[in-house]
Design a protein. Sequence first.
Length: 338
Amino acid sequence: MTDCTLIQDFINYLNYEKHFSPHTAKCYGADLAQFSGFIVKGSASSDPGDGDTGSGGNPWASGQDGGTAVAEQTQVSLKELLLAVDTDTVRRFMADLNAQQYSKSTTARKLATLRSFYKFLVRRNFIDSNPVACVKTPKQEKKLPKFLEYEEVQRLLMAPPTNHWLGARDKAILEVLYSTGMRVSEVVALNMDDVDFLGEVIHIRGKGKKERIAPIGSSALQAIQHYIEYRNRRMANDSNFDAKVLFANKHGQRLSVRSVRRKMDKYLKEAGLDPAISPHTLRHSFATHMLNNGADLRSVQELLGHQSLSTTQIYTHLTTAKIKEVYDNSHPRDEMGQ
């Protein structure tokens, strides 16, 4: 809904001041578009002279921007409606999402979007108070992140062939993901000069343009060196090859996150592992294995680039659960439960 100046100003704020990724900003925009459609539709339905928005009451069915389509019918600007939102309106929106059977996590994300948006409006003096501040986030089901056992990681790392440049690249990517706990977006953003082979560290550009330095294991460094030998020969024969980029696609340009996911799906199948595993699972595996081997929580937080320690603490639940499992397996109860 880029035609609403309030929303567009907020999206610009996310992009240029908070340095959110384009994908994240787009998701915020989609959430606000849905909310705008909800409040405009509610405004239209409260008008005795226009109780039907057409297309089964769905303001999005016209192919126009939802909020704009209905706002034109009601002669009320979307900006006015957004500024007039109160706590009850937000709660009705939450109830509507629940009626549409949105998951609790999705509902919580949409509520977080609204909370950030109205916090932004308060700071910019458009409104006096945040109508979302009193709305409680739906209680989330606690789901522990999946992680791979060490043996499973090794099977995955051994899957890519290393006798040609694309296979060597894929091997290096998987090694880097597991050795550093980097996000996939951080790995594909790596440049050639981000890897310090002598110091055995890697320069990472994380979320919000925050940068960090992380150690990288010898196995990952060897995989990168092997790949670079192939990469440099390839680059020498391709004038369009981007010399700055570390992990390039077959056209010599920066590899995408989606491409990494597709490649990993292939190797998961070849290694006989769960196809539901994602590249992010290697990040979870890295953190879990670090804690299992004695690393302290604060160090793992810094390595992962987490802003809050509470985000990292979920991995302590994983390690505790593993310890209990090992204990139970080594101390079976008798038939009387003693």
